[in-house]
Design a protein around this ligand. Structure first.
Ligand code: SAM
Length: 201
């Protein structure tokens, strides 16, 4: 990845297309990936724990779901599959990540139900029944907090957010900070050093 971060807006690293295979809830996925995006070579272990341990939306779920920091789109594709009557908003600052997520939504037959967007392109009035995120820890604590303060208030009143954070990257302190901000936070699961946090109002 040369010196670029995975959250670079317009990666200049050669794309080097590849595929990432994984299974969630009995379904196999083969998604397009590429250099210049987060965990380009495999499903990130934290994302894997999140998708295994959090409660995927039910088939009858409706409304808007948010994949905050979608990367190449693994969470988006699983959400779109799990909730075929919901709309999934896939948001990322990284242009290549957005392109890959759009391509992968088409691969899983959900292009018409996935909206890929920059943070600023999401309609201001939209609220989310669910927010899912393996958030970008490496942007730094202040920026991470700013991202969460921007999006968590857009949860619907009875909405739920599912976050995964490595314990060694501050999963427990993030949980404490969210509680200080007035959120209800449950440590829903803990596996392989990752915390899955369930956040509600
Ligand atoms: C830890 S990665 C997770 C990617 C993907 N969801 C996955 O599980 O493989 C976090 C993502 O957040 C994106 N990101 C960084 N800053 C962001 C911001 N301010 N708003 C939205 N996404 C951001 C990064 O570009 C990166 O793709």
């Amino acid at each position: 990845m040369t010196g670029e971060h995975y959250f670079t807006a317009e990666p200049t690293t050669a794309a080097n297309p590849r595929e990432v295979e994984f299974s969630v809830a009995g379904r196999d996925y083969t998604l397009a990936s590429s250099a210049g995006v987060f965990s380009a070579g495999r499903l990130d272990p934290g994302t894997a724990v999140l998708l295994r341990k959090a409660e995927l939306p039910t088939a009858g779920a409706t409304g808007a779901l948010l994949d905050l920091g979608c990367g190449f789109g693994p969470i988006t594709c699983v959400l779109a599959d799990s909730a075929p009557t919901a709309t999934v908003w896939a948001v990322d600052v990284n242009e290549r990540a957005r392109e890959l997520t759009a391509a992968n939504a088409a691969r899983v037959g959900a292009a018409d139900r996935v909206r890929v967007a920059t943070p600023d392109d999401v309609p201001a009035e939209l609220t989310f029944a669910e927010i899912w995120s393996n958030p970008p820890i490496h942007v730094g604590k202040d920026e991470l907090h700013a991202i969460l303060l921007r999006w968590l208030p857009r949860l619907a009143p009875d909405g739920v957010a599912w976050l995964v954070v490595a314990r060694y990257l501050g999963g427990d302190s993030l949980q404490r900070w969210l509680v200080e901000q007035g959120w209800q936070v449950g440590r829903h699961a803990s596996q392989k050093g990752y915390r899955v946090l369930r956040v509600t109002r």
